[in-house]
Design a protein around this ligand. Structure first.
Ligand code: ADP
Ligand code: MG
Length: 482
């Protein structure tokens, strides 16, 4: 029902009533009752009419369906510079339920459809308050921030990643509808967490183009959040994140010690999880080992599936190198690839890095890529990339010193001189790196921690009893430390 006028009626009410009269003649009566009667005119100032709408969805619907009509009518009533502001009532979810304001016509209806919704990704962007970052605007396009290179097709499967990969793939086929929510992927740096998380996003986008997918690093999430506090747009921030269907947050360990960010992320998490939306999180540690994160967040991280990525075994390293070489249209002999895959074993990023440096070297010096060039380059690389000594480097120096091929040391061979080289490598790995006995064992010939402990004792005994051996150890140590 239209309001009856009386003396008290304010300008905004008069204008809105006039608008309603026209709207009524232009829309079906059901629509009028549903979409226009609930609107409350709030104020009229500087030719800006403010109306209050009961929900973000309501606002979305008006903008989608009636923006042209509203614009025409308002201009007719107030002139060409007429503007409409919405106060959107947001239901209380732990934040104030005060309405927040959206202004039009900053964009026309067609603009709304075609232009990507500005994601507050950069500082510059976020400082401009974007009124369209509100929930419900699913038809608008959010740039998912995905790198097409990080697809499943480019993700080589191996024992080191099989479970994580298949869980990730399952999630991408039924986002929010598997038991893997959140999917929590953890592992050391350079093992493919970002790649896998992005692959899920890419796959979802391909299979369900209508879903809103967003990849964001924990750091970026935090920066945006801090900016939103500074600009007084925290509600916009929260509601933007709450409208995502598949949210990928990379490196959540970065939230450690940042309580306010954890707090808002907690709300985003709850909202999405409750609405059956998919969360994919990555971290450098398992939830149980994460420090500096609130218990209530950690417990939620464990709701779905936690799965880790491990260092790739030799076959997977080879497969990754071959794929990379193939994708880039480069030719390189297996011998050289094997050499790289043998010596760079910790980290896939470094594996790729080695390949790239090798290519760069050969291009710059116009030299063919030979095994010799690869050797020289890798020697340098292993040394330079590890300010701290790495197990890889120690193994290599020890093997070079004794003149034993590294693959024999890594094999199961129990030949005396090889066992001894292996023990020496273990000994130095223990004394010169921070790696645990288990890690050292698994990296040097797939042994357990007891074997490493035994090796350290044996080497120490020999140093005390065998002068010749002690000299050798001293020489190796010198090589390792230069
Ligand atoms: P993380 O996020 O765990 O530090 P990334 O996902 O950034 O590691 O991976 C480092 C590099 O290794 C990337 O270039 C990535 O494409 C590559 N990579 C990681 N895992 C694989 C894999 N299974 N197959 C192919 N490339 C991989
Ligand atoms: Mg990463």
């Amino acid at each position: 029902m239209l309001k009856t006028m009386n003396k008290e009626t304010k300008d905004h009410e008069i204008i809105w009533n006039k608008c309603l009269q026209i709207i009524k003649d232009n829309v079906p009566s059901v629509s009028f009752r549903t979409w226009f009667e609930p609107i409350i005119p709030v104020k009229l100032k500087d030719n800006i009419l403010t109306i209050q709408v009961p929900s973000p969805f309501f606002y979305e619907y008006l903008e989608e369906q009636y923006i042209d009509l509203l614009k025409k009518i308002l201009r007719k009533e107030l002139g060409q510079d007429a503007k409409l502001e919405y106060n959107v009532v947001i239901e209380n979810n732990a934040f104030s339920s005060q309405p927040y304001t959206v202004r039009f016509p900053t964009r026309s209806k067609t603009d709304l459809k075609n232009k990507p919704l500005a994601v507050p990704m950069d500082k510059d962007e976020i400082s401009v308050r974007n009124p369209f970052i509100i929930p419900g605007l699913k038809k608008l396009h959010v740039d998912p921030q995905l790198n097409p290179e990080y697809s499943f097709a480019n993700f080589v499967e191996g024992n080191c990643n099989r479970l994580a990969r298949s869980a990730g793939y399952a999630v991408s086929q039924k986002p929010g509808k598997t038991a893997f929510n959140p999917l929590f992927v953890y592992g050391d740096s350079g093992l493919g967490k970002t790649h896998l998380a992005q692959a899920i996003g890419i796959e979802v986008k391909e299979k369900f183009p209508e879903l809103t997918v967003l990849y964001v690093t924990a750091n970026r999430f935090q920066t945006q959040f801090i900016e939103s506090i500074r600009n007084n747009t925290r509600n916009d921030f929260l509601h933007f994140y709450q409208m995502i269907d598949v949210l990928i947050v990379d490196d959540v360990h970065e939230f450690a010690g940042k309580e306010k960010t954890q707090d808002i992320f907690f709300h985003v998490f709850n909202h999405l999880h409750q609405s059956g939306k998919q969360l994919i999180l990555t971290s450098d540690k398992a939830p149980v080992e994460l420090q500096g994160l609130e218990q209530r967040l950690l417990s939620r991280f464990k709701w779905g599936l936690s799965t880790d990525l491990q260092s790739p075994e030799f076959e997977t390293r080879m497969a990754i190198l071959k794929k990379k070489v193939y994708n880039d249209g480069i030719e390189m002999s297996d011998e050289i690839l094997e050499y790289i895959a043998t010596y760079i074993s910790t980290n896939i990023r470094e594996l790729e890095g080695a390949l790239i440096s090798l290519l760069a070297q050969s291009t710059l010096n116009k030299k063919e890529i030979t095994l010799d060039l690869a050797r020289k380059m890798i020697d340098k690389l292993i040394k330079n990339t590890h300010k701290e000594l790495s197990i890889d480097y120690i193994q290599k120096v020890v093997c070079d010193y004794f003149g034993i091929p590294i693959d024999l040391v890594l094999s199961k061979t129990r030949k005396r001189e090889i066992v001894q080289a292996r023990q020496v490598a273990m000994f130095f790995s223990k004394s010169l790196t921070k790696s645990s006995l288990t890690t050292i064992g698994s990296r040097i010939g797939g042994k357990d921690h007891a074997t490493v402990l035994h090796a350290c004792k044996t080497v120490n005994n020999l140093i005390e009893t065998d002068k010749q051996f002690r000299l050798q150890i001293e020489e190796i140590e010198k090589k390792l430390k230069t």
